[in-house]
Ligand binder design. Sequence first.
Ligand code: NAP
Length: 234
Amino acid sequence: MSFPASSLANRTVVITGGFGILGLAAATVALASSARVALIDRGAAPATLDPAILAIPDTDLADFEAAQAAFARIVERFGTVDVLLNIAGAFEWRPVAESDSDLWLRLYRANVLTAVNASRAALATLRPGAAIVNVAAAAARRGGNGMAAYTAAKSGVLRLTESLAEELRPAGVRVNSVSPTIIDTPRNRADMSDADFSAWVEPEALAQTMLSLASGETTVVSGADVLVGAPTSG
Ligand SMILES: NC(=O)c1ccc[n+]([C@@H]2O[C@H](COP(=O)([O-])OP(=O)(O)OC[C@H]3O[C@@H](n4cnc5c(N)ncnc54)[C@H](OP(=O)(O)O)[C@@H]3O)[C@@H](O)[C@H]2O)c1
């Protein structure tokens, strides 16, 4: 699946959490659209990564200095940052009574601080027309059993999106988010083996939505959150 070549060709797309399921799907879609692609992740780069991709492994984006170092490498290689997809994140199910400060801080760091630090590190390189797209979660629209720490963190991503959109509007930089329901990933299939997988969102379709929000075709949309779920027949 690719994207209209005119909107992403030769633009630099930076993807955090780039070695995860959605990150790799977004890299594939962006690359097929002739974008220049950089992936940042705290893990090791997959051996099968396309050599055209700039891979920046072993980078904990909860650490602002590490984020700055990653963006310095990207600017050195590609010159600009046009699109930032803040995909890094983490999920843990845990009732409040069984949670501890470490869990709350871990999910806050993985979901909120990574997006804050990547955005801050990118700011100086973002020109009018640039766009940031964050990943929240449909589940974050309301708390639920075992979901407090995760939904609190993803609610933080929504508020970050709205605030940064207002702050960057004068600079011509747009900031939006997507809220996926359940993404069709191997981990989710293993965790919910009895579920109807056809009701889940394909990573490529979600990646396409994120790049669509970032592209020149939605130039007046900023501060929005887009609920992304697979269509159902009912
Ligand atoms: N999967 C779903 O059903 C679902 C639903 C709604 C929203 N989301 C959100 O969608 C996004 C992508 O989900 P996914 O399923 O593709 O997750 P994934 O495969 O776990 O990918 C997330 C990536 O982010 C990395 N990461 C986490 N914290 C980081 C940090 N501090 N610095 C740098 N990299 C970091 C992870 O590294 P590690 O592997 O080392 O943790 C992982 O490679 C996440 O934000 C997730 O919360 C997912």
